[in-house]
Structure formats: C-alpha cells, structure tokens
Ligand binder design. Structure first.
Ligand code: FES
Ligand code: MG
Length: 584
C-alpha cells in the first residue's frame, strides 16, 4: 500500500473542537465529564486540546470476518495517539453475515442508526469505522454520513484463500458449486466435511468478489478509506500498518474539518458506480450504494448503474464474475489503485479523498503487476455488462441481473413459470424426483423482498432442482424479489420491485405462465394481457404481517423498496434536518 497523505488547510482551532463542549467548560457538567475521565485513569494531558476519535468497532465473537478487530483496534489507537488525538473505542452492532437470521439485511439499518446516534451523542470530533463483512460497510458509512463528522472507513480485508485437497477455494462461490456436486452424488460426506475446515482459513471477510470486497472497494473509490487499503489481506502486516495510518490520518482530518460532505459528492458516487462495474461487482452493491448516496443527498438510481454497466468493461478477473482469481491475487496485482489507473478517463479525478488529496493524486503512479488478474481495457473479462437493470410489466420499478455471471443462453429466454410462494415451500419440493420441471422453466420465488422476506434474504440463487442437477443442468432462469449473495452466480433476476408481498406484479404470476426476458432490450415480461393482470390484482389478498412489535415493526413500517436502497424513509437526507448539537 502506498499512502499519499497530503495536508489540507487547517480549518479548526483547539477551542473549536466539538469535544471541548463536554470537557472545557468550568461548570457542573464540565466537572462531571472531567471527573469521570479521571476515574478511568486519564489525565488532562490525554484530552485537553486533543481531537477525540471514536473508533466504532464491530468486533464480536460471532463475526469471524472481524475476528482480528480485537487486536487491530490497538493499532488504530496507536496511530491516533501518535498524531495527538484521544482515541475512545465504541463497540458497535456486529452484523455478521453468516449467523444473523432471518437475514443480516434486516439489521443493516439498525447498525446505521447505531453508528449515527452514538457518534452524535458522544464527545467525538472524528470517527474510525471498522467494518467489512457485507452489511457493515454500507451501514457504518450511512450512519457516519448522516452524523457528518470526519470519518475514515477501515476495511477488515479479505481472508486468506481457501484450500481443499490441493484446490483453491473461494468463499461462498465454491460452497454453492460443490454443494451441487454433493447433491448430484459426486462428493462424499467425508470430502464435504474436510472442505468445511479448508474454506475459511483466517480472519477477514469473504475473499471472492462478493458483497464485502465490492463494498470495501466502493468505500475506497468514494474516497472514504485510505487509498490502497481496501484489498489488503486481513492477516497481512500491511493491514496493521494501514490501521495505524488511519488512526494518524483521522486526527489531521479533524483539524482540516474534512467532513464526509466534502468527499461524498455526486461525482464521488459516480466514481464508485464505475469502479463497481469494472470490478464485476455484487448485485447487492446497487442497493447499498443507492442508500448511501441518498444519505449524502446524491440521487443515484438504478439507471445510473445500467448506464455505467454499458460503458464500463469488467477488468477484475476475480470470481465469481471472473474466471479464476481471488482477492489476494487482486491485491498483489496492484489492487484497487491499479484497477482505477486503467479507468482514468471514466473517473472524476478531482474528487477529494480522506487522504487529503484528490483521487487523481492518490492513484498517480499506480501500476498493474498482473494483466490477467486486472485486465487491460483492450482485453477485458467482459466488454460490458457487470449488471443490467430490466423493466417491464413484471417489474415496473426495475430488477437486476448479473449477465457476467450467467450462462449466455439465458440472456434471451422465454419459459414457463414454476412459482413458489415461500422459501420453505420451495425447499420442501425442490429435490423431489417427480417435480414437474424442465431446464427451460423459470423458477420464481416470491414473498422474499424487503418486507416479505422479511429483510430481503439472499435466496435469489434458488437451487437447481435435484433431478436436473443429476442430468448435468447447472444454470436456470430464476426470478425473485430477494437478493443473492455476492458470491453467487447464475441466471438470477433479483430485487424485483415493487415486491410481491405488497402486491407487486410478481405476486400475480401463476405456474405455467410464460415469462419472457431479453437482457439486451432490458425487458422482463409476464405474457398475460393487461385485463388478465388487472383481474388477478383485484383478487389478490395481502399476506399476514410479520411483526406486531419491536424493531421488526419499525422496519416494516419504514423500509423502502429495493430500487430505493431499502433505507428507512425517515433516514433519507431529504426527510428533515438533522437534530441540533445536543445540549450539554
Ligand atoms: Fe462476512 Fe462473507 S460472511 S463477508
Ligand atoms: Mg455475502
């Protein structure tokens, strides 16, 4: 990693620090705050005239992707102290992709609220955000954006490559792939259990180009992570050095008053969309980036992604979109700076980054060391089409497919629907030998959207029916209002909006109806007449509500549809002004 820390003009004096409102006044409140710092063993030399840096740490015993944060936080603190700041660690909700049910997505907004409110409520001048497992990156950035204080996102970094019987294994992607082989009877139980011990070898997030690697690359390309940080492997010593550097840099950012609004402009989000496409990104990036941009007041929409996809080649040859490599290869091939150096004509190089320099400055001198991992523009993995947005009578507000990760025969396909009303219903019959299904069928899963799931689970890569797996079928057209894991692949049409649970047209499909998809024309159609559609809508009954109390109840009342980023309506920038600084 090459760090290009520049220094911007100082805009803040010690007396103007936000934290000084807690610690400086000679009054009863000031007495209370100072006496409690002394209680913890701090002295005035720890805090007087020093920026207080909150370190939002999403470590937990249930989050293997952040397993190293327990020690990395000490490295961040070391950096903060070296630069003359006062570090305070604030534990934040740990949204673990693997363990949280019904789905981690249900809790993305909860972490975003946790981050925003804890930053606002504490005596804090700047923030380090420690995340990386899928939802944690957008959640922390959404919260910090709304809180508005200088912030650096510290990415967890990808775990080491998996290994099993001499084969390299990729997180998620190989689990899906070999599970089909197991279902087909090609892999023994013993082999399978050996794989369990080899697929995740160290702390760090998934090392395929799934949602985690996509979102950390997005954080860096927006300018919210140190340049060159996003692909450093979690257990590399460079990761330790990066953590300390982030600690040093955030102190400088407080004096420079380098707040997210100076970094996260519409142009910065356009850069992120372009980079996401060149990475062959996870489909989840669309939802998160829309939500994040809207927090910053930049209106990024599905159409921005589709347009960028048409003009941006996929350059990162990383699985599952790419053929072969994993994130460690990407890092050694030059990482994100190397990739961005090949996109300079498509990026806004004047955008400011947390490094205190422009994007153009921080990628100057970046090189690519392996042209097969990060492809040159004239030899891309795909000339275009990381993602495509389809619309039609089945998805009036859009849906998404990843053409780069599916069998090309499905780019234009007409087939009869086989409809499942719920995931358990699908699971109960998908392996039956008498299931009436052919390779041309279109599998449909509904009631799996933001409200219907609830929480829009990653169910969109429906399993291929076992009888077809045994015949050698490995891809089919699948349509749902769910998401899919960034490590998944196949002809999966996702994020259908509006979702079926609230009466979107997906709710009206019947088994046997013909569905017609044409990716080049960006269209998706249910082949029934408008009159028939209207009659079915008339007869449709809304399903029972999932939640009668608690967080789920709040979620159900306020979550927006996939095309709007699934943020809560009341957290959008346009919803209303932020509260004033708290009275002390
Ligand atoms: Fe954490 Fe994949 S499970 S990033
Ligand atoms: Mg994932």
């Amino acid at each position: 990693m090459t760090v290009h820390v520049a220094k911007l003009e100082q805009r803040k004096q010690p007396g103007e620090l936000r934290s000084a409102r807690w610690f400086a006044p000679d009054d009863l409140r000031g007495f209370g705050h100072r006496s409690r710092l002394l209680q913890m063993g701090y002295s005035p030399s720890d805090w007087v005239d020093k920026p207080v840096i909150a370190i939002l740490n999403t470590w937990s015993d249930t989050n293997p992707c952040h397993g190293h944060f327990k020690t990395r936080v000490a490295d961040v603190k070391r950096g903060v102290l070296q630069a003359g700041g006062f570090p305070i660690e604030l534990p934040a909700l740990s949204v673990s992709e693997t363990f949280l049910k019904p789905t981690s997505m249900l809790y993305r907004n909860m972490l975003a609220m946790d981050a925003e409110e804890m930053i606002r409520a504490h005596p804090v001048d700047g923030v380090i955000l420690m995340g990386g497992c899928d939802k944690s990156t957008p959640a922390l950035l959404m919260g910090a954006t709304s809180a508005g204080l200088p912030a650096i996102f510290v990415p967890a970094g990808p775990m080491l490559r998996g290994n099993w019987q001499g084969k390299e294994l990729g997180s998620g992607s190989d689990a899906w792939k070999y599970w089909d082989e197991r279902r087909a009877g090609n892999i023994s139980v013993a082999d399978w259990s050996e794989m369990e011990g080899g697929i995740a070898r160290s702390a760090g997030h998934c090392m395929t180009l799934g949602t985690a690697s996509t979102m950390t690359a997005i954080a860096e390309s927006i300018g919210m992570s140190l340049s060159g940080s996003s692909s450093i492997p979690a257990t590399d010593s460079a990761h330790i050095r990066m953590c300390a550097e982030a600690g040093r840099r955030i102190v400088g950012m407080v004096w420079e008053d380098l707040v997210p609004s100076r970094i996260q402009t519409r142009k910065a989000f356009e850069n992120a969309v372009t980079v996401a496409m060149a990475m062959g990104c996870s489909t989840n990036a669309i939802i998160h980036l829309i939500a994040q941009a809207r927090r910053a007041g930049a209106d990024i929409s599905l159409d921005d992604f589709d347009a960028a996809s048409r003009r941006t080649p996929v350059l990162a040859n990383i699985r599952p979109s790419g053929e072969r490599y994993l994130m460690e290869d990407f890092y050694f091939a030059g990482g994100l700076r190397g990739l961005m150096s090949r996109l300079v004509d498509q990026l806004h190089l004047d955008c400011l980054t947390v490094d205190g320099a422009t994007l153009g400055q921080v990628i100057t001198g970046a090189r690519v060391y392996n042209d097969d991992v990060i492809r040159p523009r004239d030899n891309p993995v795909y000339a275009e089409g990381a993602l495509a947005v389809l619309r039609g009578n089945l998805a009036p507000d859009g849906c998404v497919i990843k053409p780069s990760a599916c069998d090309k025969r499905f780019l234009r396909h007409t087939g009869p629907a086989l409809v499942f009303d719920s995931y358990p219903e699908m699971k109960a019959v998908i392996d039956r030998d008498d299931l009436d299904v052919t390779p041309d069928h279109v599998l449909i899963l509904r009631n799996a959207g933001p409200l219907g799931g609830p929480g829009m689970p990653e169910w969109g890569m429906l399993p291929i029916p076992r009888k077809l797996v045994r015949q050698g079928v490995r891809d089919m057209m699948r349509i749902s209002d769910a998401r899919m894991s960034g490590t998944s692949y196949g002809a999966c049409i996702l994020h259908v909006a509006p979702e079926s649970y609230i009466g979107g047209p997906l709710a009206l499909v019947r088994t046997g109806d013909l569905i017609c998809v044409d990716v080049a024309a960006r269209s998706i159609r249910l082949e029934i007449s408008d009159e028939e559609m209207a009659a079915r809508r008339q007869a449709w009954q809304p399903p029972a509500r999932h939640y009668e109390r608690g967080y789920g109840w709040i979620y159900s009342r306020h979550v927006q549809q996939a095309n709007e980023g699934c943020d809560f309506d009341f957290l959008r920038a346009q919803f209303g002004a932020n509260p004033p600084e708290p009275a002390i």
